[in-house]
Design a protein around this ligand. Sequence first.
Ligand SMILES: [Zn+2]
Length: 145
Amino acid sequence: MKARYHVLMSLTLAIPFAVAGSYWGSLMCILSGIFIDVDHQLDFYLLFGRFTLSMTELSEGLKEHNKPTFFCPLHSWEFIILLALLSYWHSMFIGTVVSVTAHLIADIIFNKREELDLLRFFFLYRARSELKLYEKFRRNYADKE
Ligand SMILES: [Zn+2]
């Protein structure tokens, strides 16, 4: 899903929190829904050996090279479970849980891959099953340069 739609969705989801007087929940809803994509930096670094500040390079660079898989540790059910546990500690995490869950579902729906495999949104599943694919892709990319 494009960044501008994530911004719009996060702002919309933050409204009920603000109306209910949960300003921390509202703020965290906005921030987490937008900045969760920072974890694409990890994938970019693993593939290209450097970080980038360019959003275009970050999103298009990964797509353009037909990247076989992704790690994105924050785009995972485990992260949402952790946030849900943290929401018992502080209510601002409720906004984070709502926003990150909506972000992940939107990514699942709009960033369609060949087939829908919900297991792929478990970080541990990805880390275990796709690490070899990642290494192979990285070696091929390094050979071409
Ligand atoms: Zn995302």
